[in-house]
Design a protein around this ligand. Structure first.
Ligand code: NI
Length: 305
């Protein structure tokens, strides 16, 4: 297979400035697509990676800068039709969140901290850390954990954080039937609504794994990330903080998991350090000015490039 041809997502061709990390990322996309195993996913979650590897989001601690674009899309499968006009039709997007942004991320340095797999026993501590810095974050919750910690979910919503859907039981969605994918999302929506009174407007597929078939079942934006702390592997707060601080750029979406005590322990240092560097901590919807792309990866707004 021609790796080079397959490794160049269309958006890279037109970008005027792409970091070396992004190019490495593109190669990794190809590896993902050709080996059939999601290396990126394997690195970002301790659970088994998808074996069909059709289309897996790509990231690592690299940043893609795209002039004039508020969206970066990485996919190992060009045929995934990520920008399918049918899916992007306004009436088809399932009331995508359009909150009034508190800050304009085109003019100030923004970063979106995202926390997956909760709620959990450390989430309340995390909420206290975030409150101290007036930081807003996005929590991609697992429905089966919302059932266990409904009050934590409610407190998360009450504190002004955004809730995203991270499925019911964290399966590899590309292995499920269409009905199975829908069920994973619907059950979680229902539980989040019951516990917190909101319906998630964003979805993060477990392991970052999705393909055209999965995408077809999800009208909401898929939110990936471009800074991976690998906090599930590095159970050390200093290491997690260092990985986040080293890779962050304006417009970054950073992946954490609030089910790990060491991750929550890293957050005060992350917040303090980034606040000192002038960053504002926003939700994913705020990062994109309320218009989250169909596949959001994290990118620097044009004015900050
Ligand atoms: Ni997860």
């Amino acid at each position: 297979m021609d790796i080079c041809a397959r490794s160049r997502p269309p958006f890279l061709a037109g970008a005027k400035r792409v970091t070396a990390g992004a190019l490495a990322a593109a190669v990794l996309v190809t590896l993902t697509a050709t080996t059939g195993v999601s290396q990126a996913a394997a690195r970002s979650d301790p659970r088994p990676a998808p074996s069909d590897g059709l289309s897996v989001a790509l990231f690592g601690a690299s940043e893609v800068s795209l002039p004039g674009a508020s969206l970066a899309v990485l996919s190992g499968a060009p045929e995934a039709a990520l920008l399918d006009p049918v899916l992007s039709a306004p009436g088809d997007t399932g009331s995508v969140a359009r909150p009034r942004p508190r800050v304009d991320c085109r003019h100030v340095k923004c970063v979106a901290l995202t926390f997956d797999d909760g709620p959990g026993r450390y989430t309340d501590t995390l909420l206290r850390h975030l409150a101290k810095y007036h930081a807003h974050a996005t929590f991609f919750v697992v429905g089966s954990n919302v059932v266990v910690y409904p009050r934590v979910l409610r407190r998360t919503v009450a504190a002004g954080h955004e809730i995203g859907n991270h499925t019911w039981s964290h399966p590899v969605l590309t292995r499920l039937s269409a009905a199975g994918v829908r069920s994973q999302l619907v059950r979680t929506d229902r539980e989040v609504k019951a516990a917190g009174g909101v319906v998630p407007q964003l979805v993060r597929p477990p392991y970052g794994a999705f393909n055209k078939a999965v995408r077809r079942q999800i009208a909401r934006p898929l939110v990936l990330w471009n800074v991976d702390t690998l906090d599930w592997r590095y159970r050390n707060s200093a290491t997690v903080a260092r990985r986040a601080l080293r890779a962050v750029r304006p417009g970054s979406i950073i992946l954490f998991h609030d089910i790990h005590r060491t991750t929550v322990g890293a957050i005060p240092h992350v917040l303090k350090s980034l606040a000192k560097r002038g960053y504002r901590f926003v939700t994913v919807s705020e990062l994109f000015g309320g218009h989250v792309p169909h596949v959001a990866f994290g990118a620097a707004p044009p004015k900050l490039l």
